[in-house]
Design a protein. Structure first.
Length: 316
């Protein structure tokens, strides 16, 4: 029995797929059923030219789309090939992330600071960053979806020591207080959302007690990240955003770094395909403009086509 004909569009990960494109995905999934899911994802990306601004295929996002379509009964995918342990990725904690002697002082005493871009890979700085986040950040480590950039923060005064870890990623797909502040339409938001970057993780290591360090790091990010993001993804963001869990933090460092408090999320969190809430707490929303007239520019700019967004963030 064949798959049902798709007659409606579907928006996923920042791109709206028309019925004809979804029907093509159906056909590819059926015609290449002997291939693995990764090969099917790459084929779909090539035919639909679903790419990042730097030209790379959006294979990961495409695979998530295929799995969504299968959950909706619209495609049938080959079984996942056994390539090792399934389920959430387990982070092996080693001695390299053991607690270290305390660092105490003021931010000025540890300048200059530098932000070291962490490249993907199982070894070296990438492994250290992952271990530190898993071990000391209250949310732990999660595999990022969409565009992302990670930093280790060091000081010239103690260059072998890591002071902090950060990650920046694709923004929330919808966020009421942010979208009202920008004043853009749904069409403008879908077109230019990639020009916002979300501060997804910010960890000052627990043995680091340096007054004013967090706001100094945020200020350094405002100067450095746009260029680093441009090198990796082919465009410079216009706005930072972050969500602060008020049950744990007060957002003091963001205020000290001149971020703008916009209000609170609605607490709906990620929504599944049946629109059932997963019950996240309300969080404070802060933004930091990286240019003048940022609201106007976000509404009128023509962003590079089809950048990656973490759709799993859902409507906040």
């Amino acid at each position: 029995m064949g798959q049902p004909k798709i007659t409606q569009s579907l928006t996923f990960s920042g791109r709206t797929f028309c019925p004809e494109e979804l029907q093509l995905i159906q056909a590819i999934s059926a015609d290449f059923a002997s291939l693995g899911r990764t090969e099917i994802s790459r084929t779909v990306c090539e035919l639909l030219e679903w790419k990042r601004p730097n030209g790379g295929l959006k294979s990961h996002e495409c695979r998530l789309l295929l799995e969504r379509l299968q959950a909706l009964g619209l495609v049938k995918l080959p079984a996942v090939r056994p390539l090792g342990r399934r389920g959430p990725r387990v982070v092996q904690v080693t001695s390299q992330s053991e607690p270290e002697p305390e660092l105490i002082g003021s931010a000025g005493q540890f300048e200059p600071l530098w932000l070291e871009v962490v490249e993907s890979g199982p070894e070296g700085e990438s492994r250290l960053w992952t271990e530190l986040i898993e071990r000391y950040h209250y949310l732990g480590y999660r595999v990022p979806v969409g565009a992302n950039l990670r930093y280790l923060v060091r000081s010239a005064q103690c260059p072998t020591r890591v002071l902090a870890c950060m990650s920046w990623s694709s923004p929330a797909w919808k966020m009421a207080v942010r979208d009202r502040w920008i004043g853009w339409s749904d069409e403008q938001r879908q077109r230019n959302l990639q020009l916002i970057v979300n501060n997804a993780r910010f960890l000052i290591l627990p043995w680091v007690h340096i007054q004013g360090l967090a706001s100094k790091i945020l200020s350094r990010c405002a100067r450095q990240l746009p260029g680093d993001w441009g090198k990796r993804y082919g465009y410079r963001p216009l706005l930072f955003e972050t969500l602060v869990d008020t049950a744990r933090f007060r957002g003091t460092c963001y205020r000290a770094a001149n971020w703008i408090f916009l209000g609170r999320t609605q607490g709906r969190g990620r929504m599944d395909r049946n629109h059932t809430s997963h019950g996240r707490a309300c969080k404070d929303v802060y933004v930091y403009p990286l240019c003048r007239n940022v609201q106007e520019r976000l509404s009128t700019a023509v962003a590079p086509a089809f950048s990656g967004f973490a759709e799993q963030r859902g409507q906040l």
